[in-house]
Design a binder for this molecule. Structure first.
Ligand SMILES: [Fe+2]
Length: 166
């Protein structure tokens, strides 16, 4: 699905000075998500006996908000700018569709993870540490791969645009 090229250079959305600022915000979201992954990995490593309810509840709150904020920026702000930059780039469009789908799946996964972390903190249900560890590792492994893909395939498009002075 390509947008029509209107012959003018794409402008950053309102609230952003230039494409360089968009790159900086993308990097900040990546850093936040990588920090979250470290936090979740520490929780997974501390299972089953060295995990307190405070860490679980803090992670449960952070996981949903961090993922939502990053995805909202990418889907609603950054992807439209990229589409405007390269309206005829079919490969880019396929990438953006794939990344959007991963955002939807990751947010659903984040909701489930938050519920499991909260249940664990409250000692609700079986508190199956093995299952929770498996779930945590699946989540942060996927998020790290997603970020690596965006760093390799998405960020360079923006950085090239910044260097070209657009
Ligand atoms: Fe993303």
């Amino acid at each position: 699905m390509s947008q029509q090229h209107n012959g003018t250079e794409p402008q950053p959305p309102s609230g952003f000075e230039d494409v360089g600022e968009l790159v900086a915000v993308l990097r900040a979201h990546h850093a936040n998500k990588l920090h979250l992954c470290e936090e979740l990995e520490a929780i997974a490593d501390s299972l089953p006996d060295r995990l307190g309810p405070k860490e679980c509840l803090a992670a449960a709150r952070r996981v949903v908000a961090t993922m939502h904020d990053a995805h909202e920026f990418e889907d609603l702000v950054l992807w439209p700018v990229l589409r405007a930059m390269r309206p005829d780039d079919v490969a880019l469009e396929e990438c953006l569709q794939r990344l959007y789908q991963e955002h939807v799946e990751d947010e659903s996964y984040a909701d489930e993870l938050a519920a499991v972390l909260t249940d664990h903190a409250m000692c609700v249900g079986e508190c199956n540490a093995e299952a929770m560890g498996y779930m945590l590792r699946g989540f942060f492994g996927g998020v790290r791969r997603h970020i690596a893909f965006e760093r390799e395939h998405i960020a360079p498009i923006l950085e090239t645009s910044v260097k070209a002075g657009q």
